[in-house]
Design a binder for this molecule. Structure first.
Ligand code: NAI
Length: 294
C-alpha cells in the first residue's frame, strides 16, 4: 500500500503534534517535527520513541519494527527543511494570527502541490487559508487527545478547499488507523460544537455551588457513562488550549449565551493551573498520578 503522503511535516511538537507525528510514521510516512521552542521537537521525538518502546514491551512491536519506525521520525532544524514535504500539519498555539503567519512562512518554502492542514479545534479554516496564495490546498485535519487512542479525525473543507484534498486526507486518516469524518467549516466543527455543553454546563453547576468538581465528574461517569468527567477532560486538554477554544466558539457564534466561557477557567488559566501539563488543574498530578484537591 502506498501511503497518501510520503513526507509529512508536523509543526508544533506539543501534546497533539507528537501524537499526530507518531501515527503518521506508523502509516508509513517520513516525518519531520518542527517547533519554535528550543528543544521541544527533540523532546517530542523522545516521547514518541518512548511510546513505541512501551508497545514493544507489550509485544505489539518487534525490534525491527521499532527500528524502522524510529528511523522515520526526524527533528527539523528550520522551516527550510520542510521544502520537500508533501503534507504539512500545523499543531501550534490556538491563535488565528499566529497560525496565519505560520502558513505564509510554510507556503514560501514548500512546493505548490503540497497539502497544508491545521489541527485547529475551533478557528475558521477558511479564515486561516486566506493567508495563502493557494487556498485550495488547505483544509482542517482535526485530531483528538490522546491522538493514538482517539480514532475520530475531522476533515474540514474551507470555502475554497479542493474536494480532492479532503478525499486524500480522509484516505490518509484511514491509513493511520483512524476514522475520518467530513465536517463543515463552522466554529468547533462537530465534536467541539456538540461537546460545548459538557464543559460549560459543568462549570455553571460548579459556579453555582451545586456540587464540587470531583462530584460532578464522578456522577457524569457513573450515571451518564462518560469515560472522563468534564473537569478531568479540561485537565487533560489543558486550559491554555481549552479556554481560548471556549472564547473563540463563543465569539464566532455572536456571543450565543449557551457558549459563554466561565470565569472559573479564566482565573485558573491566569493562575497557571492549566491541568496535567502544569502539574495542577482541577486535580493535582504529583508524579503524573491524579489526586483530588481537598
Ligand atoms: P501544546 O501547547 O501542547 O503544544 C503547542 C506547541 O506548539 C508547543 O510545543 C509550542 O512550542 C509550539 N509552537 C507555538 N507557536 C509556534 C510557532 N509559531 N511555530 C512553531 N511551533 C510553535 O498544544 P496542543 O494541545 O498540542 O494544541 C495544539 C493545537 O491543537 C491547538 O490549535 C489546539 O487547539 C489543537 N488541539 C488541541 C487538543 C487538545 O486536547 N490539547 C485537541 C485537538 C486540537
Amino acid at each position: 500500500m502506498t501511503v497518501n503522503f510520503s513526507k509529512t511535516a508536523v509543526i508544533g511538537a506539543g501534546a497533539m503534534g507528537r501524537g499526530i507525528a507518531q501515527i503518521a510514521a506508523q502509516a508509513g510516512s517520513e516525518v519531520l517535527l518542527l517547533d519554535s521552542f528550543e528543544g521541544a521537537a527533540g523532546r517530542g521525538r523522545d516521547a514518541i520513541l518512548a511510546q513505541w518502546r512501551k508497545l514493544q514491551e507489550k509485544g505489539k512491536l518487534d525490534a525491527a519494527q521499532l527500528e524502522a519506525l524510529s528511523g522515520r521520525v526526524h527533528v527539523a532544524g528550520s522551516m527550510q527543511d520542510l521544502a520537500s514535504c508533501d503534507l504539512v500539519i500545523e499543531a501550534i498555539v490556538e491563535d488565528i494570527e499566529v497560525k496565519r503567519a505560520l502558513f505564509r512562512d510554510i507556503e514560501a518554502v514548500v512546493s505548490p502541490s503540497a497539502t497544508l492542514v491545521s489541527n485547529t479545534s475551533s478557528l475558521s479554516v477558511t479564515a486561516i487559508a486566506t493567508a495563502l496564495k493557494h487556498q485550495e490546498r488547505m483544509a482542517g485535519f482535526h485530531f483528538f487527545n490522546p491522538v493514538p487512542l482517539m480514532k475520530v479525525v475531522e476533515v474540514v473543507a474551507g470555502f475554497k478547499t479542493d474536494p480532492e484534498v479532503c478525499r486524500k486526507l480522509a484516505g490518509y486518516a484511514t491509513q493511520m488507523g483512524h476514522s475520518p469524518v467530513q465536517a463543515k467549516d463552522t466554529p468547533g466543527f462537530i465534536v467541539n460544537h456538540a461537546g460545548r455543553g459538557y464543559g460549560t454546563e459543568a462549570l455553571r453547576i460548579a459556579g453555582e455551588s451545586v456540587a464540587d468538581f470531583a462530584t460532578i465528574d464522578r456522577i457524569l461517569k457513573d450515571q451518564a457513562g462518560f469515560r472522563l468527567g468534564p473537569f478531568e477532560l479540561l485537565d487533560l486538554t489543558a486550559l491554555d488550549v481549552s479556554h481560548p477554544v471556549m472564547e473563540s466558539i463563543y465569539r464566532q457564534y455572536y456571543e450565543e449565551p449557551r457558549y459563554r466561557p466561565s470565569v472559573i477557567t479564566a482565573q485558573r488559566l491566569a493562575a497557571g493551573a492549566l491541568g496535567r501539563k502544569s502539574g495542577e488543574g482541577f486535580y493535582r498530578y504529583p508524579d503524573g498520578a491524579m489526586q483530588q484537591v481537598a
